[in-house]
Ligand binder design. Sequence first.
Ligand code: BES
Ligand code: ZN
Length: 635
Amino acid sequence: MNLSIKSIFAWSSILSVFIFFFSCSEDVNKDFKNEKLKVRTDLTHSYSNTNEAHTTHLHLDLDVSFKDKSINGIARHSITNNGADTIIFDVKNLNIQKVTVGKKEEERDVPFSIGENDDLLGAPLYVIIDENTERVNIYYNTTDQSDAIDWLPKSLTAGKEYPFMYTQGEALLTRSWIPIQDVPSNRITYSSNVKVPSDLLALMSASNPKEKSKDGNYSFEMKQPIPCYLIALAVGNISYRKLGENCGVYAEPELIEDCAYEFVDLPKMMNAAEKIYGKYQWDIYDLLVLPYSFPFGGMENPRLTFISPTLIAGDRSLVSVIAHELAHSWSGNLVTNATWEDFWLNEGFTVYFENRIMEEIYGKEAADILAYIEFQELENEMKMISEGDFPEDTHLKLNLKGRDPDMGMTSIAYVKGAFFLKTLEKHVGRELFDQFIDSYFKKYAFKTITTEIFKEYLEEQLLVPNNISFNTDEWLYNGGIPDNCLVLDPPRFKKVKDLANNISSGDLMLDNSYRLDQFLTQEWLVFIRSLSDTIQVAKLKNIDDVLGLKSCGNSEIMTEWYVLGLKNGYQDIKPDLKNFLLKVGRRKYLEPIYNQLALNKDDLAWAKGVFKEAKNNYHFVSNKTIEEILYAGSK
Ligand code: BES
Ligand code: ZN
C-alpha cells in the first residue's frame, strides 16, 4: 500500500484517533522513506523537507517552569511553500499537543502525524499544508528527555541560591527543545516571548536584557538569519558587566569580578578580529558564563557566546577559547557548514582565525605556542583515528551517514582544518590569502556552503588567477597530514622539554626553586606531554610536592596530569581527581580521563562509581560520551 500523505490524513478523519496515530505513522514513514528522501538537501541528519517547504522566521512563545523542569511552548513558523502538501519538522522527545495553521487570531487546527523515533535523529513531524499556508503553529512541551536542556538545582550553581537552566543546540539537539527543521542549511530569523520565574533573568542568542524584569517576562529578537543550531536560551540569577563599547560578560554575581579580570581583553579581541576580516555583523558580543556542567569550553551562540567557568583560570591563560568563539562570528555563524560532513568549514576556519586574533594581540610567539599545542593533539588523534573503526574520519570532508555528527568533533576538523589554511597562507603569502578570505566571508555571508563550494571558490578566486598550484584535494579528501604541512617548533618549549627529559630519563628531582608561575600553562602542558609515558610514581609525587599540579586549579593542566598519573598507577591523585570529576562537566576533560580509567579493571570500577555520583552534574552531551566509554567500549 503506497498512500500519499494527503490521503492518509483524509482517512484519518474517519478513523479513531488511536488508529490514526498507530497506523499512519508507519505508512507515512514508509512513504517518507521511499519518496521524500530523494529531494532533501541534508540526507544525513534531518527528516525535514526544506527544499519543498521551509521556515523563514520562527516566533517562540515559551513558559519556562523550573518546578516541572519543562518548557511549555508554541513554535510559530512562518514558512515558504514551494508547492508541497506537507511540511516536515524534526522533533525529539517532545510532547506535541496540537498543530494549527494561520495567523494568531485566525488559527485553525490541522492534522499532524509523528513518525517512528530514532535514537539519534528523533522523529519526523508531518503537517498538512496547502499553497496558501504561511504559518504553522506547533503547541508543545519539552520532556525530561529533552536532551538539549540542562536543568540545574541551586546546589550546582556558583551562588547556590537560585536554579539555572540552559540549552545546547549544536549539532542535533535543537529538535529536542523546539519542533523545527533542524538542518544547518536552512537559515531563519527568530523572535520570542519568554516567561520565567520573576527572580531570574532570561537570555537568548539574540537582543538581550541587561537586568531582570519585574514580572519575569522577556522578549528577544534575532534579526539576522541563522542556522537553528544557534538558537539558545539560558535562565538564572545572572548579572551583567560591560567590558567595552559593544561587549560584556553575563555571569552569576559571585563570579562577575573574576570574569571582568579574566576577560578584560575582549574589546581588543573584537578590534583585532575586525581588523583582520572585516566588520562584526552581529552588533553586540557578550559572554555568558554557565555552571560547571556545561559540556564545552565555549559555544558560539550569536551575540551571546556560552562559556565554561573552567576558562576562569585566574591568569588569563585560557582566553584563546574566547578568541575562538568570537572568530565563529565569521566562520560558522556568518558562513555556515551546509551539512555536518563539512564541519571543518566551521571549526578549521575558526581555529585558523582564532590564532590570527591571538597573534594580533599577543604576538607571533604566543600564537605559535598555542598552535603547536594543538598540533601535538592532532598528531595523537590522527594516529588513534587511523587505527580505529573509521580511518576515513581523518579526511576533512567527512562521511557521517548513519552516525552522530559528534563523531566529527575531532582535531581533524579543528586542527588539520586550521593547518590546511595555515599551509595555504604560507604558500600564497598572507596578503593574497587575507584578501581571499575577506572576499570569501563577504561572498558567502549569511549563506551555508559545502566543502565543494569552498574548493571551487578557492580555485577560481585565488589559485587559478595567481597561477598557483596547491594540493587542495589531498588536504580535503585524503587521510593523514600532507607532507607540505607547515611545521612549527617554537624555541620556547626547549626548556620544558629538557626539564622533562632530565626527570624521565635522568635522576633530576625538583627542588623548591621550581614554581608553577615560572612557565606558561602551555609550557606545562608540553612538559607533561614530554615526560615519559612510563615514569616512576616517586617522580610524579616529587613534581606534585613541588608544583601541586594535581590541584593547581587550571583544568587543562590537571586533565593531562591526571591522565599521565593514571597511566602509571599514581593513586595519590584519586581524591583530587574525584573532586574534579564531580565538579567539571566539560567533555574535553572528562573524555580522556574516563578513557584512561576504562583501560584498567580496578580503575574502571572506580570510574563507574564516581560517574554514578557525577552524572547528575553533567549535561546529556557529556553523559552520552561517558556512558559509551564506561559501558560500551571506548568512543
Ligand atoms: N561549536 C563548538 C562546540 C560544538 C561543536 C558543540 C560540535 C557541539 C557540536 C565550539 O566552538 C568549540 O569548538 N568549542 C571548543 C573550543 C575550543 C576548540 C577552543 C571546546 O568546547 O572545547
Ligand atoms: Zn568552535
